[in-house]
Design a protein. Sequence first.
Length: 359
Amino acid sequence: MKIAIFHDYFGAIGGGERVVIEIAKCLDADIITTDTDAVNKIDSGVRVISLGKTIKYPGLKQISATLKFYFCDFSKNYDLFIFSGNWAHYAAHRHHPNLWYCHTPVRAFYDNYSHFLQKLPFFTRFFFRVYTQMFRVFDRKSITHIDQFVANSHNVQMRIKHFYNHESDVIYPPINSSKFYFSEYGNFWLSVNRLYPEKQIELQIESFRMMPEQKLVIAGGFSQGDHSAKYAKKIQTDIPPNVSFLGEITDAELRDLFAHCRGFICTAKDEDFGIAPLEAMASGKPIVAVDEGGFQETVTKETGILVVPGVLSIVSAVHQISENPAQYHDACIARAREFDISVFSEKIRKKVNEMSKIS
């Protein structure tokens, strides 16, 4: 079968983009996307088709991506279509058979709506309300064209049921555990995430401000035109000397950081799934994560510590693990292998084969 994967954009590399790369490799599929600026940061070797650039302004970026996917037509070029992200599924109305590998319904439209609204300037709130109401209508209409739903976690599966009233299968995102390795328990903790408000990176910074003897390295960036530019600038304006930002880095550089860090920290609010903690585990590194969302499906007491999202609890967990991180090594490696690409490949191929028989 000739398979195409529609994904929102490749303007920055995060967990969603890494999953799309692995699906493309597994199924020998093409990727159809917008904003391909960051493709060269991935040692992927996959085929990428660009729909062009989006308008780099919050709100307009999402609208322009939606329109590019809605009006594109590859229906005669492929036998099966997979959607990934929040806007790519707007191509579903003319691309069948299809499945949506859903990382989450748009959180600013649904479960995070009130939280997102409160953070906006007063005069911006009216426009956001109108924008959200309009897009909810379009969003729910678009998903009526989805043939199959696949959730990336049980957490997201519950959101799909609650907001869309659709059942879905769960296939956890993969990691290629063989690419990760252990070198040492070094003198720094690592954080890898997009610089988005929902990642609650300020919690990490304030925690390490209280631990001047510990170092924190934060890797990751953001796409131009996303809602996070002001947040990214804000959190980098007043940081303690023991915290550093690296921005976007290559896969090889990231694996080297995993290999040499002392432990890994993640604070995202109700994370959809969270692939970076598993990559850290594949390198034998223990995790400190907030006790909510997808982290509850991956982090165990043998592989790290789940904490309430507060500075004091994070500080306590970092100190506890730092005393003897090596005790977590074997359990972390074993846990990561449960999410290996081989497990994912078998499940996604099975789902594709089922769909090909139905079609």
